[in-house]
Design a protein around this ligand. Structure first.
Ligand code: IMP
Ligand code: MG
Length: 189
């Protein structure tokens, strides 16, 4: 079946978080971040592509001056299991010297992505601080000891799509987070 065709919603076995739930939770996270970073000097760095929707919604709930940047990495390479390797897809690194950095990603799973990005920025960019916010945190044993400072929702150990999260490049623009029907996941995995 071609996942690009038909109605993406009908490919979902279940919706875990709908538009309203995501909007409300992101607003709460924005309020908390606004309180915590009131001293100023905040730099938001989104991990693309997955973190793009979360970034767009969250920054509009942070009522502080901030700088916005992004970093592009890949770890899944199209399947439903992380490859274990984090590839940086750009040479450019943001100018965050002496700034308070908040890394944003769609989901925390094995921990490899956040750990790798945060380590690289720490070593190469000399920020004042680095913390992280994720929309979703999977309840799994991490490969790397890392937790996010702000978590939207916890999810079980299942593969989810929507709101930035993809399966083979599809479903990122689905406005809800859900679990795909098994028939839409290639059986070769
Ligand atoms: P980690 O490096 O294993 O923590 O995984 C983080 C990255 O893997 C995220 O930025 C996502 O791009 C991707 N990822 C992890 N779990 C899922 C999932 O359930 N659906 C889609 N992408 C996922
Ligand atoms: Mg990602």
């Amino acid at each position: 079946m071609d996942p690009a065709s038909a109605n993406m919603h009908s490919h979902l076995e279940k919706v875990l978080f709908d538009r309203g739930q995501i909007r409300d939770r992101v607003a709460e996270m924005g309020a908390e971040i606004t309180r915590d970073y009131a001293r100023g000097g905040l730099s938001i760095i989104a991990v693309l592509q997955g973190g793009a929707l979360f970034m767009a919604d969250l920054i509009r709930e942070i009522h502080l001056p901030l700088q916005l940047d992004s970093i592009s990495v890949a770890s899944y390479h199209g399947g439903t299991e992380s490859s274990g390797e984090v590839k940086f897809q750009q040479n450019y690194l943001p100018d965050i010297r002496d700034r308070d950095v908040l890394l944003l990603d769609d989901i925390l799973d094995s921990g490899r992505t956040l750990a790798a990005v945060s380590a690289k920025l720490k070593v190469e960019c000399s920020p004042r601080s680095i913390r992280s916010a994720v929309l979703l945190s999977k309840r799994v044993e991490r490969d790397v000891a890392v937790e996010a400072d702000y978590v939207g929702f916890e999810v079980g150990n299942e593969f989810v799509v929507g709101y930035g999260l993809d399966y083979q490049g599809h479903y990122r623009n689905l406005p809800v987070v859900g679990v795909l029907k098994p028939s839409y996941i290639q059986s070769t995995e």
